[in-house]
Write a protein that binds this ligand. Structure first.
Ligand code: SF4
Length: 390
């Protein structure tokens, strides 16, 4: 069996939230302007109806899920992503976060993360987040080099990015920065200086991404020429960051001890995720669903049916096991054989191990102590490994 798209009638009856731990992702789909490499669902802020009515619909959708929470359900992470969550005003945050925590039974010790873009992260927003229990702030820095930021057409410069990270650090959040490699004009030296500058500001967490030009973005039909080869930059980061006390706990993520993202780990371990908001993804009862990526249609769905899910697929049998294997291998821990066998059976595990032994170079993985994980080299060539497994 493979991945099976579900008919509307079928996914309207898919299970709500199972008992036990779950995560919540909230999508804020507005940005100051659209970046040319962006294929996420996001709209320029001025093209959108008021943020207020969007947040009202988010709350309605949360009420629908809240009403279906079984006993024992416990929200362990809450994540505000986008888009640009920092376009939500401080007063709107003061209302939204307590509402979601109460409605969705978010635990007192939950990890609460907000993504922030440098141009709109302010002291007042940090204050509102502090008051409402946000614990992590992830700043979309991308680069500390003005030329690289101009190339990406980001609305901030390096100085503003630095101020934003410092605001988050000084406000007492566990602060992280997203940085991008493989940019036009970028050198190993400019990449290294962006990474070092982030560390000097006191971040706990770094997410390092290669520039990807995927279908749906402005650059897709005519990609910019002269992009730098990112391989060396990524390899340098794998060498440098451990010396500074950072662990590479996942292919794109490095953190100081204990400061990894619990929310991201929920995705990689198959924890149920409620997705709220237009264009959000969720994962419940083995069903992966996507909310309507259109503000008006999303609002209509929420008003009519209580939630904005517009498409869904069920992962079954071997396809589900292979996808789970890939997600587990993204993490430093890799696949633990006993856990994997308990969930998916020993036969598929043997097939995956056989693929590794036949097709993946020995210096790309380590098989020992009842588990298999990728080496640093394996993480650098992970896409080729996924093709062999899936
Ligand atoms: S700020 Fe982020 S979400 Fe918004 S358009 Fe740029 S890349 Fe996309």
């Amino acid at each position: 069996m493979t991945i099976r798209p579900l008919e509307r009638a079928e996914f309207e009856s898919f299970p709500a939230v199972p008992g036990g731990p779950f995560s919540v992702y909230v999508h804020i789909p507005f940005c100051l302007r659209k970046c040319p490499y962006c294929s996420f669902f996001s709209l320029p802020a001025e093209a959108a109806p008021s943020m207020g009515s969007y947040l009202e619909n988010l709350k309605r959708e949360a009420l629908w899920y809240g009403a279906s929470l079984p006993p024992g359900a416990r929200g362990e992470t809450l994540y505000f992503g986008g888009g640009t969550p920092t376009l939500v005003s401080p007063d709107q945050w003061r209302e939204l976060i307590p509402f979601l925590k109460e409605t969705l039974k978010i635990a007192d010790d939950a990890e609460v993360t907000a993504e922030a873009n440098p141009e709109s992260l302010t002291e007042e927003r940090c204050r509102a987040w502090k008051e409402t229990g946000v614990t992590r702030v992830s700043v979309g820095v991308q680069s500390f080099n003005d030329g690289e930021l101009e190339f990406l057409r980001r609305p901030h410069d390096a100085g503003r990015a630095e101020e934003a990270v410092l605001l988050a650090v000084r406000a007492g959040f566990s602060a992280g920065a997203d940085l991008m490699f493989g940019l036009k004009g970028q050198t190993l030296g400019s990449w290294a200086s962006s990474v070092k500058r982030a560390l000097s500001l006191g971040v706990d967490h770094l997410s390092l991404y290669q520039l990807a030009i995927d279908e749906g973005c402005e650059w897709y039909s005519s990609p910019p020429p002269g992009l730098a080869d990112g391989y060396r930059m990524y390899r340098w980061s794998q060498w440098y960051l451990p010396q500074k006390g950072f662990t590479q706990y996942e292919i794109a993520n490095f953190s100081r001890p204990g400061r990894f993202s619990r929310h991201n780990c929920a995705y990689w371990t198959g924890t149920p995720v409620i997705g709220l908001g237009a264009g959000a993804w969720g994962f419940l009862g083995g069903v992966r669903y996507k909310n309507e990526p259109d503000l008006v249609l999303y609002a209509d769905l929420v008003l009519e049916r209580g939630r904005g899910a517009a498409a869904a697929e069920r992962l079954e049998g071997e396809a589900a096991a292979r996808e789970a294997a890939v997600l587990m291998l993204r993490r430093k821990q890799g696949i633990r054989f006993s856990d994997f066998t308990a969930r998916y059976g020993g036969e598929i595990l043997e097939k995956i191990l056989d693929t590794f032994r036949r097709e993946v170079p020995r210096n790309c993985y380590i098989e020992k102590d009842g588990g298999l994980s990728l080496t640093k080299k394996g993480m650098r060539v992970a896409n080729a490994i996924w093709s062999a497994i899936i």
